[in-house]
Design a protein around this ligand. Structure first.
Ligand SMILES: O=C(O)c1ccccc1NCC(=O)[C@H](O)[C@H](O)COP(=O)(O)O
Length: 236
């Protein structure tokens, strides 16, 4: 299964074009005013005009009121919302219902997070709303996200990994390893493909996507080997 790729924090049409040209599956617009990647709903609506079909446009919110998210979704044709703040599971469900959109719920991983915490949280989200799609696992930082900081991937349960979006401090340097070791449904990145905050770098985007694809190729090769192990040499 090909690892899906989301590039987050786009602010310029040339960066949208670079992400589309590089073959990403999703793009993210940050509607959190304190972020250096913040765009207004009007700006995002203009940027989305450069997005062809079959690419998921995601709107990212931090502790926004349901009516604010709903109003943004009326102006910007985003198909998925990402709730990245301190919203409770119930508040997340209410926001998604008000917006009439599916949502990714972010779990911000702390040093003392346990594997069971992730499994239990996913179950809570799934029980709370039919609009829940997946957890996005990011590193707990004061700025809520977009900090370029990673977390310990070994705490991600193997049976959860195929349903999560892995985020937090990814780059061309660790993308292949992340895909092969964690085997997430998708990866998400912001800082690691930037020239500066909010300004993406087309070469870094292309190199990151190539590194993810290299990880996919290694997974395929391992799966093939497992299906067709080389016959052990029979001693003569
Ligand atoms: O990108 C931001 O500025 C941001 C601000 C506040 C909350 C979330 C934010 N980004 C959310 C994302 O989905 C980022 O891609 C994710 O946090 C990973 O960022 P990075 O570690 O820089 O790749």
């Amino acid at each position: 299964m090909r690892t899906r790729i989301k590039i987050c924090g786009l602010t310029r049409v040339e960066d949208v074009q670079a992400v589309v040209d590089a073959g990403a599956d999703a793009i993210g617009f940050v509607f959190y005013p304190k972020s250096p990647r913040y765009v207004t709903p009007g700006q995002a609506a203009e940027l989305i005009r450069a997005v062809p079909p079959f690419i998921t446009c995601t709107g990212l919110f931090v502790n926004a009121m349901p009516e604010e998210v709903a109003a943004t979704c009326k102006v910007v044709p985003i198909s998925l919302i990402q709730l990245h703040g301190d919203e409770t599971v119930e508040q997340s469900a209410a926001i998604a219902a008000a917006a009439g959109r599916q949502f990714m719920r972010v779990f911000r991983v702390k040093p003392d997070t346990q594997p069971s915490d992730l499994l239990e949280y996913e179950q809570l989200c799934r029980a709370a709303s039919p609009l829940f799609t997946s957890l996005l696992l990011d590193t707990y930082v004061d700025a809520y996200g977009g900090a370029g900081k990673g977390f310990d991937w070994s705490l991600i349960p193997k049976d959860l990994a195929p349903r999560v979006v892995l985020s937090g401090g990814l780059s061309v340097h660790n993308a292949t390893d992340a895909v092969v070791r964690v085997r997430p449904y998708a990866v998400d990145i912001s800082s690691g493909v930037e020239a500066s905050k909010g300004i993406k770098d087309a070469r870094k985007i292309a190199d990151f996507i190539a590194a993810v694809r290299a990880g996919d190729a290694m997974k395929e090769s391992e799966a093939h080997h497992d299906e067709h192990p080389t016959k052990a040499a029979v001693p003569r």
